[in-house]
Design a protein around this ligand. Structure first.
Ligand code: HDD
Length: 755
């Protein structure tokens, strides 16, 4: 297949044949490695990883290449063994005194097997426990070379990376589409050592000083008595904290905006949040903020969609990322920097650059692209890679240094510290996923889980016994040299600077930068979350914070809560909006978008086939939805079904196409699952499950198209054929052409009342 996008989309569609699992595959189309029905009798090696999967490329702590194979040593040979390499003839029965007798204490295999199982889990991350990750490559444009000597940012440098996306509050098994901030952490395996950019999809933070991190997280995590709610902020302790602590107003507002419920990890921006200091070859310094800009645009779910997905497919974001990469539709982001002069006061246009609750509008300091990130390989083992990867803001390379942001200072302490508990000792840099690709020659020795066999007798400096090795490097031999920044003379205090005291002008700018539709979403989010709180005092205090941001926002939420809207306690800030903060209004590529094509045995199957072909050619994914699974039609004009009315839910699709005449109710095609529920008040025409599909898609602003009688589904679902974003056409391909144009806007925004 010549068109790579089409090939990618086809692969996603194929991979999604049934609802996962080999039994669901279409008869006659087994997967390439489908297991046979019975257990194989001939020994064979474990299946190799799929083409899209790979483990980390590693080198040993002493710089010796080891490759992935060493990491897989535990799987050599075709025969089952103990951990000591002794072959086993049975692992299904404990050693007993007779078949019905007691189990014998001497069963060393039972003991070893269960002992290991008992210790398979490590503590999950205290925050960002739930994540999904991928390998990739970063290609530098060289445009940052003027401001930094970092080798990986020089022209045409290619650096392997590993990126982990995450939610913050939920535990490892929680849902993907909760309202929360998302982590966006990147490990660059550069020739000068590892550089980690440990950012979020929101450019500001709840607190200005790391000493408050345990407070904000304790407040956001589930209530300590019942451990509910999981993974979300709609509860009293969170709102108690963020309303008592007004520096949290800005980040909270972002969380309540559409940014808190991204459509996909592939469609999120990333931010380094803090201001960093770059150093160039001449030793000159510049202050910067890092940005990741997704090629597919920044898109979000709508709240109801997010809530449904949490039940229907809690792994929605994880699946989306892995499917896209497996199919070859590699997600890409441009890394960019906002550049500020390194002045002694470290402010820009009156904005304190050391205050992590501030952003600098792109209109004041444009984001300048410096390189391209492409994620192109899925991990081959979740635990070894995604779970064991250890990021740290202090993993820096020459040319990138930190600033005195007090939040960053605390992070510099916390990340190393937490890995000791999480990964069981100080040797986690030796884990394959964490190993630098640059040669390592440290004088760290011993400790839990030491896997290196160090040579020599003198792990100390100065020494003569190991020939004085290893040697210090100078700046010219690639050493990390801290930027010699002057620290002002001062007295020790536990105090924030006065410039950290403005907590409302930045949130007000964000609010003013939103379109009316985005403002409605924000109002709805506050109303929902505060409506879930029990404490009246917390709600009242939240309204006070909102009054200080904007009177309309405050009044609308107050109405929703049935409470009076208070007057502001600070003068409303006079700020210019920053249109770059809004997600609505631009047109974006539609690659990788998923179109549900609803049809049945009586539908226009030839038309469906033509549409599938056109969707694939456009690099999007067609999923055919029909009353039952299997293959529709016969002979040449057949269509394979990927989803049934029972398994499909609108939230999986970015747009819906309705092909052909609707079948009246489930009985027409013998689908029993429809009978598992009490009878719905079925409308004249149309299966009620399709009516739900279409009405939900409509409510969520998704493009809907129909042809060849499919328009009757619209009627049955209560969707006006003339509504914005609804297309009725003569043929499937004509409907698709219009639909694609609509999807470039992400949603039919005109359908939202605020528009
Ligand atoms: Fe943090 C994990 C991002 C403030 C302490 N943080 C963690 C991860 C991300 C961030 C993306 C997950 C990394 C991964 O995938 O393994 N954190 C941020 C950002 C912050 C921030 C963007 C503010 C700008 N964090 C922050 C503070 C502290 C921490 C102020 C502590 C004082 N963060 C941690 C941690 C974690 C962590 C406890 C948990 C697991 C880990 O580090 O490896 O150390």
């Amino acid at each position: 297949e010549a068109n790579p996008l089409k090939r990618a989309a086809q692969k996603i569609a194929d991979g999604l044949q049934g609802d996962g699992g080999t039994q669901d595959r279409i008869p006659g189309k087994p997967g390439p490695e489908s297991p046979t029905v019975a257990e194989p009798t001939e020994p064979r090696e474990p299946l190799p990883p799929k083409p899209d999967q790979s483990g980390p490329d590693t080198v040993s702590p002493t710089g010796q290449p080891t490759g992935v194979e060493q990491a897989r040593m535990a799987q050599s040979g075709a025969y089952l063994t103990t951990a000591q390499g002794t072959r086993l003839y049975d692992t299904d029965h404990s050693l007993k005194a007779g078949p019905r007798g007691p189990v014998l204490l001497q069963d060393h295999h039972l003991r070893e097997k269960v002992m290991h199982f008992d210790h398979e889990r490590i503590p999950e991350r205290v925050v960002h426990a739930r994540g999904a990750a991928a390998h990739g490559v970063f290609q530098s444009y060289g445009t940052a070379a003027e401001v930094t000597k970092a080798a990986f940012l020089a022209e045409d440098e290619e650096t392997p990376v590993f990126v982990r996306f995450s939610t913050v509050l939920g535990s490892r098994g929680s849902s993907d589409t909760v309202r929360d901030t998302r982590g966006f952490a990147t490990k660059f395996y550069t020739s000068e050592g590892v550089f980690d950019l440990v950012g979020n999809n929101i450019p500001v933070f709840f607190i200005q000083d790391a000493i408050k991190f345990p407070d904000v997280i304790h407040a956001g995590k589930p209530h300590p008595d019942r451990e509910i709610p999981q993974a979300q902020s709609a509860h009293d302790t969170f709102w108690d904290f963020v309303t008592l602590h007004s520096e949290a107003a800005h980040h909270t507002l972002w969380n309540m905006s559409d940014r808190g419920i991204p459509r996909s990890y592939r469609m999120m921006e990333g931010f380094g949040v803090h201001t960093f200091r770059l150093v160039n070859a001449a030793g000159e310094t510049t202050l910067v903020k890092f940005h990741w800009k997704p090629k597919l645009g920044v898109h979000s779910l709508v709240w109801e969609e997010a809530q449904i997905i949490n039940g229907v497919d809690p792994d929605f974001h994880r699946r989306d990322l892995a499917d896209a990469i497996e199919a070859g539709a590699y997600p890409q982001w441009e890394l960019g920097i906002q550049v500020f002069p390194d002045t002694p006061d470290q402010t820009f246009e009156g904005i304190d650059l050391l205050d992590p609750t501030n952003l600098v509008p792109e209109e004041l300091a444009p984001v300048q692209p410096v390189g391209l990130l492409t994620l192109n390989r899925n991990p081959s083992n979740y635990f070894a890679e995604t779970e064991q990867v250890a990021f740290h803001v202090g993993h820096l390379v020459p040319g990138i240094d930190v600033t005195d942001d007090p939040l960053l200072a605390g992070r510099l302490f916390s990340y190393l510290d937490t890995q000791i508990t999480r990964l069981g000792g100080p040797n986690f840099p030796q884990l394959p996923i964490n190993r630098p690709h640059a040669p390592v020659n440290d004088m760290q020795r011993d400790g839990m889980h030491q896997t290196a066999v160090h040579r020599g007798v003198a792990p100390y400096r100065p020494n003569s016994l190991d020939g004085g090795c290893p040697f210090h490097a100078g700046a010219e031999t690639g050493a990390f040299v801290e930027a010699p920044v002057r620290v002002p003379e001062a007295t020790k205090v536990r105090q924030a600077p006065e410039s950290f005291a403005d907590h409302f002008s930045q949130p007000r700018r964000f609010w003013l930068s939103m379109t009316p539709i985005e403002r409605e979403h924000i109002i709805a989010a506050y109303t929902f979350e505060l409506g879930k709180c029990y404490e009246q005092a917390v709600k009242e205090r939240a309204l006070q914070v909102l009054a200080n941001i904007d009177p309309v926002l405050c009044a609308e939420v107050a109405t929703g809560l049935g409470l009076p809207a208070p007057e502001p306690t600070v003068p409303l800030a006079d700020v210019e909006p920053s249109p770059a903060l809004s997600q609505v209004g631009r047109t974006w590529p539609t690659e990788g978008r998923i179109i549900g094509i609803v049809t049945g045995p009586d539908g226009d199957l030839e038309g469906v086939d033509a549409v599938r072909e056109a969707v694939l050619t456009a690099g999007m994914v067609p999923l055919v939805v029909a009353p039952t699974g299997g293959v529709l039609g016969s002979g040449g004009g057949t269509v394979t079904v990927q989803r049934t009315f029972a398994t499909a839910r609108s939230v999986e699709f970015d747009a819906i196409l309705l092909a052909g005449v609707p079948s009246a109710g489930a009985d027409a095609h013998g689908a029993r699952d429809a009978k598992a529920l009490p009878t719905l008040p079925t409308r004249e025409a149309g299966d009620p499950r399709v009516a739900l599909l279409v009405s939900e898609a409509y409510r969520h602003g998704k493009a809907i198209g129909a042809w060849s009688g499919g328009e009757a589904f619209l009627e049955a679902s209560g969707v006006p054929a003339a509504a914005p974003g609804v297309v009725v056409a003569d043929s499937g391909t004509a409907a698709l052409a219009e639909l694609t144009g609509l999807m470039g806007k992400h949603r039919a925004w005109e359908r939202f009342t605020a528009a």
